[in-house]
Design a binder for this molecule. Structure first.
Ligand SMILES: NC(=O)c1ccc[n+]([C@@H]2O[C@H](COP(=O)([O-])OP(=O)(O)OC[C@H]3O[C@@H](n4cnc5c(N)ncnc54)[C@H](O)[C@@H]3O)[C@@H](O)[C@H]2O)c1
Length: 269
């Protein structure tokens, strides 16, 4: 069993949802927490709640799409805790439900800046530090949509597939340095993702209205963020390449492999 007591975890998007669930689970395991979010009010509120419960936690302002913001947040974290052991690259936003040809290129860029480059900034900030320590773990939050695409969310699916790809690459790259890398692929989780996205998205329609025609008919089972936090902790302990949250997603992932198997079977010779 890995010993987490006294280890320092830096979690992006910790002001709500899965990031908050990770913070709660990690605090229960005795970790010190650096909680970053673009919504300063919410992350300070989470930090206060956890501190009242006895956790050692620091709130930092962080816009993951901005490298300078990562540098400032990291300096703040290091001035309090010295160094960070675990990075959870978790902050993200959702997409609206639209056919691919109707998604403005500016929205592809907005989504990619947060859901892909946001993680890249986190890696470029922390990988040199973890290499210097010779230990650590990184968890990148993708989605089950990073393996099994859902129609009409192409910019979200593209970013989340990219997170799976980069996590696999970086996992192999960092293994010789004693650093583990896991990609978290949650199914449906009861969070404020829709509201957050509406609040932060540049302009226009409500996500709830745009989403209802796709999400409304899907038999999704929503789980609580704290359960994702506990599964993430287990995934770090076991150094799992993938951290899943819903056993029922297995069949969808296997269907993807079946399609690939069929394509290989169709090859001549
Ligand atoms: N909720 C789900 O069903 C689900 C499923 C699969 C994957 N995910 C992924 O989980 C991650 C967390 O989402 P959630 O569901 O907890 O949503 P959430 O909205 O409850 O929490 C996301 C947090 O990220 C913060 N954030 C957004 N943009 C940011 C930025 N530029 N810089 C820093 N912080 C920023 C928000 O302010 C918010 O506090 C996302 O990457 C999301 O894509 C969620």
């Amino acid at each position: 069993m890995r010993e987490f007591t006294g280890q320092v975890a830096f979690i992006s998007g910790a002001g709500s949802g899965i990031g908050r669930g990770m913070a709660e689970a990690f605090a229960a395991a005795g970790m010190k927490l650096v909680l970053g979010d673009v919504d300063g009010e919410s992350v300070r509120s989470v930090t206060t709640d956890l501190s009242v419960q006895g956790a050692d936690a620091l709130a930092v302002d962080l816009d993951v799409a901005d490298r300078a913001s990562w540098d400032a947040a990291t300096q703040h974290a290091e001035s309090k805790y010295g160094s960070v052991d675990i990075l959870c690259n978790n902050a993200g936003v959702a997409g609206l439900s639209r056919p691919v040809e109707e998604i403005p290129i500016e929205e592809w860029r907005w989504m990619t800046d947060i859901n892909l480059y946001g993680l890249v900034h986190g890696l470029q900030c922390f990988v040199p530090r973890l290499k210097a320590k010779g230990s650590g773990h990184i968890v990148n939050t993708s989605s089950i949509g990073g393996l099994v695409p859902l129609p009409k969310f192409s910019e979200y699916m593209a970013a989340k597939h990219a997170v799976v790809g980069l996590s696999g690459s970086v996992r192999q790259e960092l293994e010789p340095f004693g650093i583990g890398v896991s990609v978290l692929c949650p199914g449906a989780v009861q969070t404020a993702l829709g509201e957050t996205t509406v609040r932060q998205r540049p302009g226009r329609a409500t996500l709830a209205a745009a989403r209802s025609d796709v999400v409304g008919d899907l038999p999704w089972r929503y789980i609580e963020p704290i359960d994702v936090g506990r599964l993430t902790l287990q995934g770090i302990t076991d150094n799992q390449a993938f951290i899943f949250t819903h056993p029922e997603n297995r069949a969808e992932v296997e269907a993807q492999f079946d399609a690939m198997r069929t394509a290989f079977d169709a090859l001549p010779g």
